[in-house]
Design a binder for this molecule. Structure first.
Ligand SMILES: C[S@@+](CC[C@H](N)C(=O)[O-])C[C@H]1O[C@@H](n2cnc3c(N)ncnc32)[C@H](O)[C@@H]1O
Length: 223
């Protein structure tokens, strides 16, 4: 492993650690890499052999170049998967952006997406679950990680998705089939917080609509 010493090893925040544990080598692409802490960690720990870090903004691109100096990594300037060749990476990660922005990035070059995707949106994961169903990616694992917010971390593999079997589809697309099945404690915390917030609002139509979904999910979790 090039350039690794214990002193230089970086400590990752929980959301990126959860992503790192899902990445499969030998080559990972990190789209929207900025500080490049994730690919740096993946290389330093030997989890991947090579990293391709992608950035579309000049300042973060320079940050990434500095962070990855001396490691088996390449930093490419451009929009998402446009700078990747089909089959070049075994996994791709997209972290720390809104889910709708991620859907835009994933949709622009479907033929360049790798077999495995690890996605950590900063907001609700529903648009990503919907995108994956239509794009032929199976949701194989879901996590929720505590941090500045509660972050979903979703792992997808190209293939037929069986994650929703036996669950009400709309409910599972909204809140996550694996999180619902597990009765994930952070999902419960999140739903209870949403219910409290919605109950404090004037009961206009959209509030009643959202509240019904939240209550249905809580009922499924036995709350
Ligand atoms: C908030 S930072 C997240 C950095 C890091 N991934 C993390 O999770 O800590 C989002 C980064 O994504 C970059 N970005 C947004 N859209 C992009 C795109 N289409 N292609 C490449 N980079 C993009 C932004 O320039 C920004 O540096």
């Amino acid at each position: 492993m090039s350039g690794y010493t214990a002193e230089k090893a970086i400590v990752l925040e929980a959301r990126l650690l959860a992503v790192a544990a899902e990445v499969v080598g030998p080559v990972c692409a990190d789209i929207g890499t900025d500080h490049a802490r994730l690919p740096r960690y993946l290389l330093q720990t030997g989890r991947v052999e090579r990293a391709i870090a992608v950035e579309k903004s000049r300042g973060p691109f320079e940050n990434a170049r500095r962070a990855l100096l001396g490691l088996n990594a390449e930093v490419r300037f451009g929009d998402g998967f446009s700078v990747l060749r089909p089959g070049e990476a075994s996994s791709a990660s997209l972290c720390g952006m809104g889910a709708r922005r991620m859907v835009g990035i994933l949709s622009r070059h479907p033929e360049r997406l790798p077999q495995r995707l690890v996605l950590q949106p900063n907001d609700g994961a529903e648009p990503l679950r919907r995108w994956a169903l239509s794009a032929g990616y199976a949701l194989v694992r879901e996590q929720m990680v505590e941090g500045f917010w509660r972050y979903p971390v979703l792992t997808f593999e190209r293939g037929v998705c069986t994650a929703y079997a036996g669950l009400p589809l709309e409910l599972a697309l909204r809140f996550g089939p694996w999180l619902l099945r597990q009765g994930h404690p952070l999902l419960k915390t999140e739903l209870l917080a949403q219910r409290k917030r919605l109950r404090s609002l004037p009961p206009v139509e959209w509030v009643r609509f959202e509240l019904r979904w939240v209550e249905e999910a809580l009922a499924l979790l036995g709350e």
